[in-house]
Design a binder for this molecule. Structure first.
Ligand code: F6R
Length: 621
């Protein structure tokens, strides 16, 4: 699981209170189950409960808190990705003796092999998670061999065996004053108090107790006691770690120092993309998640529909270009709210891809039901484990963007594009329309996108300054061609919903068929340029479109590839994005449009996270 909240504590206060308060601060990260473990007496007291943290607290009231009297403990709020959000999959997980407890954030990619190894050794696992394997492996290492009786060495040994991303916090009832935590590609910070030490996935968990913190590096392990901490690498050598002082207030801390969740989520896009791609290329092949569709099913497909709403629909429009190009299958992209009312032609050889961040959107759910009634096969692309849409679909591919709190979709949108592309590559692979080395190359190019998006985030200050200038505009138009067209639609949608400003996205070629009448002096027009190398013909056509609107006095804001000098004379404002393959351009060119909309909204004094009249999950038709 990814983007869970983790807290660990050793000190002088009742650990249960400290841990629960920390979890409350982290609940925004994941909230489909929660659990705590406290080292008390010579054992471990553990309670776990599906649902929100309040359910766990009610459960603790029911069983009584007396058994949780110790001053060392840990807790977890979960955002499930492996295993449904039920009590037995909640963290902490224990080994069979109940003396080791583990909480985990991340995805252990080789967990199937580790699980098989444990089962072969007669260990009975009690959950469907990847995380539980760690508890058993640590317990076995602690019980035997060179690492016997040495918790840090046991954890190090296990960490070296894990593939994937993880933050782990581990305790053993034999050493009640010590907590060991480890990280690889998932966040972990240490908080240093007076006679107490904390570990957490986020400083928000301990900021009310201390502002002195230490950030751990990649593949590092920290041992915390009430007297301090020690950082080691996975081989037991002392490792450098970065101390810092937290200067945010509490509410900023929950938002990672950002003013709004949406800005934090925009910043998280490289991670959301990397996490969505992680583990989907193994043994030279694209692998999907719960793919209850065989390769034969994918070969039988003769038409693809993407059904979705809002931004998710735009992710489908982007994917159409790639899926048709890679598979030579016709792809129709349809608003879910229209789909079932027009008697679409569906049969068992139709693949319907239902894209939904929440997995609860009523229109999309009804479209799924309609498609299944017509015997079409439905693959859900979803960000929420166990939601209704994946539950009612034949197969599911999860986007691992983590919880999106801002109502306007940002990181989930980018993750949806990446996931839709994985569907396209899986189809191309099964149908043989791409050679294995071509599929590998496409995946490799996708894998470079988190870095490209990170570079785009470097232009945020320029775009924000522009946003402030545009805050009084009456309207903004967005133009694009090819994959830039859905990007224009997405840019306009973001601006409408956040800044309550009239905004329209157009295919630039349509301009002369009507919309050009809207152009008047000073009207801001955002143009999403294709690559001058990758799409030379389209590029020159768009340059003509820009000169047409410039001639009529529009203010041109151009998003173009770095080094695209031909477009410079036509741009009143030029926002450069890294050069990437054409089909991947939406992943970089959308980002400045998100930032622009958020900044215009902020300058107008609106609540960026909660725009008026909107809800995060639209569960009515
Ligand atoms: C726009 C936005 C909405 C959603 C749409 C679908 O920023 O967030 O347009 O994309 O309501 O929601 P899901 O993906 O949850 O089905």
């Amino acid at each position: 699981m990814r983007v869970c909240g983790i807290v660990g504590y050793v000190g002088h206060r009742p650990a249960l209170d400290v841990v629960l308060a920390g979890l409350r601060r982290l609940e925004y990260r994941g909230y489909d189950s929660a659990g705590v473990a406290v080292l008390s007496g010579d054992g471990l007291a553990v309670e776990r409960k599906a649902g929100r943290l309040a359910n766990l607290e009610a459960r603790l009231d029911e069983v009584g808190r007396d058994g949780f009297a110790g001053t060392a403990g840990m807790g977890h709020t979960r955002w499930a990705t492996h295993g449904a959000p039920v009590d037995r999959n909640s963290h902490p997980h224990r080994d069979t003796t109940g003396r080791v407890a583990v909480v985990h954030n991340g995805i252990i990619e080789n967990f199937a092999a580790l699980r098989a190894e444990l089962e072969a050794a007669g260990v009975e696992l009690s959950s469907d998670t990847d995380s539980e394997t760690v508890a058993h492996l640590v317990a076995r290492a602690y019980a035997d061999g060179d690492t016997r009786g040495d918790l840090p060495a046991s954890v190090r040994l296990v960490c070296r065996r894990l593939d994937g991303a993880f933050t782990l916090v581990v305790t053993h009832a034999d050493v009640p004053d010590l907590i060991v935590a480890a990280r690889r590609s998932s966040p972990l910070v240490v908080g240093i108090g007076d006679g107490e030490t904390f570990v957490a996935s986020d400083v928000a968990a301990f900021i009310e107790h201390t502002r002195e913190a230490v950030e751990l590096g990649q593949d590092q392990l920290v041992l915390i006691t009430r007297d301090g901490y020690e950082v080691l690498d996975f081989h037991g050598e002392p490792a450098p770690a970065k101390p810092f002082t937290v200067d945010w207030d509490l509410s900023a801390a929950e938002k990672g120092g950002h003013e709004y969740f949406m800005l934090k989520e925009i910043d998280e896009q490289p991670t959301a993309l990397a996490d969505t791609l992680r583990g989907h290329f193994a043994g030279g092949r694209i692998v999907l998640d719960e793919q209850r569709l065989s390769d034969q099913d994918l070969r039988d497909v003769d038409k693809v529909f993407v059904v979705a709403c809002g931004s998710a629909y735009h992710s489908g429009l982007v994917a159409k270009y790639a899926i048709e190009h890679w598979t030579r299958l016709p792809v129709e992209v349809e608003l879910a709210s229209e789909f079932r009312y027009r008697d679409p032609v569906l049969d068992r050889d139709t693949l319907v891809v239902a894209v939904s961040q929440s997995g609860e959107t009523a229109d999309t759910l009804e479209a799924v039901r309609h498609a299944r009634e017509q015997k079409a096969r439905v693959l859900a692309v979803c960000n929420t484990n166990g939601a209704q849409i994946p539950r009612e679909s034949d197969a599911v591919l999860y986007t691992h963007a983590g919880p999106e709190i801002g109502v306007a979709s940002t990181k989930a949108f980018l993750a949806q594009i990446a996931a839709n592309y994985l569907v396209g590559l899986a189809l191309a692979q099964a149908r043989g329309t791409k050679y294995p080395d071509e599929v590998a190359r496409e995946f490799h190019e996708l894998s470079a996108m988190p870095d490209a998006v990170r570079r785009v985030l470097g232009t945020t200050a320029q775009v924000q300054a522009l946003g402030r200038e545009l805050s009084d505009a009456k309207a903004v138009l967005f133009l694009g061609r090819h994959v830039g067209y859905p990007v224009a639609l997405e840019g306009a949608l973001k601006l409408k919903e956040l800044a309550y400003m009239h905004a329209e996205g157009f295919a630039a070629g349509e301009l002369k068929h009507g919309p050009i009448a809207l152009i008047e002096p000073g009207l801001p027009v955002v143009v999403v340029m294709p690559s001058p190398k990758g799409r030379a013909v389209l590029h020159s056509k768009l340059v003509s479109n820009i000169s047409e609107i410039q001639a009529r006095g529009a203010r041109t804001i151009v998003i173009a590839e770095e080094g695209d000098d031909t477009v410079r004379p036509y741009a009143d404002e030029l926002i450069e994005v890294p050069a990437v393959p054409t089909l991947l351009q939406p992943l970089v060119s959308t980002v400045p449009l998100q930032v622009l909309a958020a900044e215009i909204a902020r300058s107008r004094g609106y609540d960026v996270d909660k725009p008026r009249n909107l809800a995060k999950s639209v569960t009515v038709e």
